[in-house]
Design a protein around this ligand. Structure first.
Ligand SMILES: O=P(O)(O)OC[C@H]1O[C@H](OP(=O)(O)OP(=O)(O)O)[C@H](O)[C@@H]1O
Ligand SMILES: Nc1ncnc2[nH]cnc12
Length: 175
């Protein structure tokens, strides 16, 4: 499938939900993209394509990033790392905080997650302010990984998120 066909499929399948999770926010729900076999396969291939052969591991951000990272790791013959919300991992962790509209959040991985020199492709479903993806890049680099790029299915333009992320960002569609 061509990049523009993939983009059109994402935009036509994505559900826009007004006032979720709070008034004034239009939530972009990509679960219909994951549920459609053609769209899910196209999205998985397109996320891998710009970085093909250049990564050893795919990292996905909890929760919807897990779905994409698992599929991309399987399709590329690599492994997967789960970038988790706090308090979920059982062994010693590295933690990276970031600022939300109200308060802070954090992401975590195990301290010994990566052999030296591991090249990581980082995936998530949506890029909004970029705070989550930026924190995940910092976290992976602190753990010794080389972040070769970050892929997202949908970039919400106008929030400046791309500029906040200290990595090359590849978005399959922009809204
Ligand atoms: O660019 P940002 O402003 O940081 O927002 C993007 C993040 O927000 C959503 O996750 P959410 O926090 O809703 O978690 P979930 O995947 O567990 O639902 C999305 O999946 C990204 O991870
Ligand atoms: N509007 C939005 N839709 C989906 N995920 C998001 N994460 C942050 N903002 C979002």
């Amino acid at each position: 499938m061509t990049p523009s066909n993939t983009r059109d499929l994402i935009l036509s399948s994505c559900a826009s939900v007004p006032d979720f999770p709070k008034p004034g926010v239009t939530f972009r729900d990509l679960t219909p993209v994951f549920a459609d076999p053609t769209a899910f396969a196209a999205v998985t291939s397109a996320l891998i394509e710009p970085f093909r052969g250049g990564f050893d591991r795919v990292a996905g951000i909890e929760a919807r990033g897990f779905i994409l990272a698992a599929a991309a790791a399987y399709a590329s013959g690599t492994g997967m790392t789960a970038v988790r919300k706090p308090g979920k991992l059982p062994r010693e962790v590295l933690s990276e905080s970031y600022v939300l509209e109200y308060g802070t959040a954090a992401v975590e991985i195990h301290r010994d997650e990566f052999p030296p020199g591991t090249r990581v492709l980082l995936l998530d479903d949506v890029l909004a302010t970029g705070g989550t993806l930026a924190a995940a890049v910092r976290l992976l680099e602190r753990a010794g990984a080389e972040v070769v790029g970050a892929g997202v299915v949908l970039e919400l333009a106008g929030l400046g998120g791309r500029a906040a992320v200290p990595a090359s960002v590849h978005a399959l569609a922009t809204i």
